[in-house]
Design a binder for this molecule. Structure first.
Ligand SMILES: Cc1cc2nc3c(=O)[nH]c(=O)nc-3n(C[C@H](O)[C@H](O)[C@H](O)COP(=O)(O)OP(=O)(O)OC[C@H]3O[C@@H](n4cnc5c(N)ncnc54)[C@H](O)[C@@H]3O)c2cc1C
Length: 295
């Protein structure tokens, strides 16, 4: 299978990339790591006369700290994210998502922006972006906007990005003390497999009252897009963190918040059952991490 022919553009700044995107319009695709796009082009699932590579734009591959947040450039690779201390320390569920994605070779190319724009319901970094309340940073040649990741996905393979927009990065608030988060994925094989179910959970715990003061759960592969699990989250608020309450949240996520389908990888029933199990497990681990941060 050969790649079709196209014009290759390699801008060195966001401004130049936006100018190109504006002038070429729908007849140009943005290329980050290419691990989705080049496969789609080879399989002729999409066609284009122009590829605009983002790899030469250094500003898109930076991870920077603001006062209470971390800005992750959209072209940051999985390998880069996973090996950056500020991500390891503050965003363990995101690191776990990066570590689970594909193989070493894929992780060296695949970017977090590409994972989001590909908008697979099973994307490995997407539940973490949801539980960390990440904002997507979008830019055209004349305006910028910030969209909560909860509003970013509009369907399988679809997002709210407009044709003249580039995703420049994500803003993630730093979770702070007494919080913990975890991510678990389940596939038929251990790696290079599309997830059957993937779950991320975030918990914040008040060491004085011994109650949960913030809970966020995100589910992948069990709806048309990655989703938050609002009913499960609300069962946790104000509760004493213990096995029974994590089990109840898992049951709520399983019964009320997910809408899986049957496919050749697994049945809807199995996926639904696994939502309950994995939600309880991620919450238990998130709480262990939150508690160890209190000690
Ligand atoms: C063998 C293999 C294994 C894989 N395993 C996994 C896995 O386990 N888990 C998983 O989640 N994924 C997996 N993938 C899918 C893929 O690697 C990821 O989705 C990856 O993060 C895509 O990033 P990329 O930089 O390669 O994106 P690209 O392929 O460059 O782009 C993907 C899409 O996003 C658009 N885009 C990219 N960057 C921007 C931007 N800044 N602004 C606007 N649009 C943009 C492109 O135009 C394109 O439509 C796998 C792929 C392969 C080939």
């Amino acid at each position: 299978m050969l790649l079709p022919t196209f014009e290759f553009h390699e801008p060195l700044s966001i401004k130049d990339a936006l100018k190109l995107k504006k002038s070429l319009g729908e007849d140009a695709k943005l290329l980050a790591g290419g691990t989705d796009l080049l496969v789609h082009l080879k399989k002729k699932l999409i066609t284009t006369n122009n590829l605009i590579s983002l790899s030469g734009i250094k500003a898109l591959s930076l991870i920077t700290k603001e006062k209470n947040a971390v800005i992750i450039g959209s072209c940051t690779t999985m390998t880069q994210l996973s090996s950056t201390p500020i991500i390891q320390k503050n965003f363990p569920a995101l690191k776990a998502g990066c570590d689970n994605l594909g193989t070493h070779l894929i992780r060296n190319r695949a970017t977090i922006g590409g994972n989001a724009c590909n908008a697979s319901p099973a994307g490995d970094t997407l539940p973490a972006l949801l539980i960390y309340d990440a904002l997507a940073l979008l830019e055209t040649s004349d305006k910028k906007r910030e969209i909560p990741m909860a509003d970013f996905f509009t369907g399988p393979g679809k997002s709210c990005i407009q044709p003249d927009e580039i995703l420049t990065g994500f803003r993630l608030p730093i979770p702070g003390k007494n919080s913990g988060a975890h991510y678990i994925q389940l596939g038929k094989r251990k790696s290079s497999e599309i997830n059957l179910v993937n779950v991320a959970a975030f918990l914040k715990y008040d060491p004085d009252t011994k109650k949960i003061i913030d809970a966020r759960i995100a589910l992948g592969s069990v709806a048309a897009t990655p989703i938050r699990s609002p009913k499960a989250e609300s069962t946790l608020m104000g509760q004493t963190p213990e096995e029974a309450c994590f089990f109840a949240a898992g049951e709520m996520a399983r019964r009320e918040d997910c809408h899986p389908i049957d496919d050749f990888r697994g049945s809807a029933r199995y996926r639904q059952a696994m939502v309950g199990v994995l939600t309880k497990r991620t919450l238990t681990r998130a709480y262990e991490l939150a508690r160890s941060a209190c000690i």
